[in-house]
Design a protein around this ligand. Structure first.
Ligand SMILES: N[C@@H](CCC(=O)N[C@@H](CS)C(=O)NCC(=O)O)C(=O)O
Length: 213
């Protein structure tokens, strides 16, 4: 099993957590998102993933992009521990929380979006930061309200789910941008709790072989 990954990529971080929780050993193939103009744009990587984004999961002839699709695939093939509840309503709620993060928060502050803002659209650094904070606060405000209704120890009740695998990297990313997270006590509590668990801790950006500290 191979994971094309970048240490600071939130989407790759989600998959690393899943692989760790399921105790699957995998080889990390680093794709440096900044070096050489971004190795995700190389012809070789484009063959593997035409979206030019990480992660890409490869197992033999099987290759898959999109972190949530990868995690759900792993969850079906390696069911323990389950990352989605069985009950249809609970499962839908967990997916909905995960998608709030993965579809409505994460993409707006992705590298290629920020590069387009400061490149062709000529935003300066302060304007870029305002953009990042605006979309993080918009998403976190909604997420905090939802979690106040759904959370137990984790995002949805007391079991780790797909939603936690999305929350942790997104919060890591927000802290990296020095977002004031005091307004988000539930998000913060779940984040700090997850950080204590080995599967999450080992997936952290700083623990990766390609980390540049
Ligand atoms: N929806 C995709 C998002 C993948 C994604 O945006 N990856 C980012 C890193 S977190 C990336 O490769 N960015 C490179 C770029 O923007 O050029 C997933 O969940 O896998």
């Amino acid at each position: 099993m191979k994971l094309y990954s970048y240490w600071r990529s939130s989407a790759a971080y989600r998959v690393r957590i899943a692989l760790n929780l399921k105790q699957l050993s995998f080889e990390t193939i680093p794709v440096h998102l900044l070096k050489d103009g971004g190795q995700q744009h190389s012809a070789e990587y484009q063959q593997l993933n035409p979206n030019q984004l990480v992660p890409t999961y490869v197992d033999g002839e099987f290759s898959l992009n999109q972190s949530l699709a990868i995690i759900e695939y792993l969850d079906e093939v390696y069911p323990e521990p389950a990352l989605l509840p069985e009950d249809p309503e609970a499962k839908a709620q967990v997916r909905s929380l995960a998608l709030d993060i993965a579809c409505d928060i994460h993409p707006l502050n992705n590298l290629r979006v920020l590069q387009y803002l400061t490149g062709p659209l000529r935003l300066n650094d302060d304007q870029k930061t305002e953009w990042i904070y605006h979309w993080l606060h918009t998403g976190f405000n909604a997420l905090e309200q939802r979690l106040q209704k759904t959370a137990g120890e984790f995002c949805y009740g007391d079991n780790i789910t797909l939603a936690d695998l999305c929350l942790v990297p997104q919060m890591y990313n927000a802290l990296r941008f020095k977002l004031d997270t005091l307004e988000y006590p539930t998000i913060s509590r779940i984040y700090h709790h997850c950080q204590q668990l080995a599967g999450f801790a080992l997936a952290a950006p700083e623990q990766q072989s390609d980390a540049q500290l």
